[in-house]
Design a protein around this ligand. Structure first.
Ligand SMILES: Nc1nc2c(ncn2[C@@H]2O[C@H](COP(=O)(O)OP(=O)(O)OP(=O)(O)O)[C@@H](O)[C@H]2O)c(=O)[nH]1
Length: 142
């Protein structure tokens, strides 16, 4: 049987509960959006294979629970990540302030040199924005 992919990347979504991590993942893998918030319990993952210049790249994205009570479990997944998305909600100043905490967890638990991307989610809710565009663009990582 032909190999289904050439390279595999393990990516991780982290951020406060309710910022929209699961929704980002569903949009990316299935192009779906669910308006309800069903909190992730522990961790979950989805995969998608994309073609990059003829190379089959399998992306395995781990979706973690933002709730404090699952953090002992979720931190165990940082170790194997090659890339980490740190997600906040532009309508929640609090979720943005917590990015510093999430970033320090990455420094502590993820491999050195892991790639980090900051995502300001819920961009469609601009009228409720609490985090300015420039604020979001300011470097929050070392
Ligand atoms: N308006 C708007 N709502 C969104 C967006 N993304 C997610 N939501 C809503 O925000 C709520 C939380 O989304 P989830 O994806 O479940 O949040 P989560 O970060 O995975 O939460 P936990 O699993 O508890 O960590 C849901 O009601 C979503 O419908 C977005 O881009 N725009």
């Amino acid at each position: 049987m032909a190999k289904q992919y050439d390279v595999l990347f393990r990516l991780l979504l982290i951020g406060d509960s309710g910022v929209g991590k699961t929704c980002l993942l569903c949009r990316f893998t299935d192009n779906e959006f669910h308006p309800s918030h069903i909190s992730t319990i522990g961790v979950d993952f989805k995969m998608k294979t994309i073609d990059v210049d003829g190379i089959k790249v399998r992306i395995q994205i781990w979706d973690t629970a933002g709730q404090e009570r699952y953090q002992t479990i979720t931190k165990q997944y940082y170790r194997r990540a090659q890339g980490i998305f740190l997600v906040y909600d532009i309508t929640s100043e609090r979720s943005y302030q917590h990015i510093m905490k999430w970033a320090s967890d990455v420094d502590e638990y993820a491999p050195e040199g892991v790639q980090k991307i900051l995502i300001g989610n819920k961009a469609d809710e601009d009228q409720k924005r609490q985090v300015g565009r420039h604020q979001g663009m300011k470097a929050v990582f070392n």
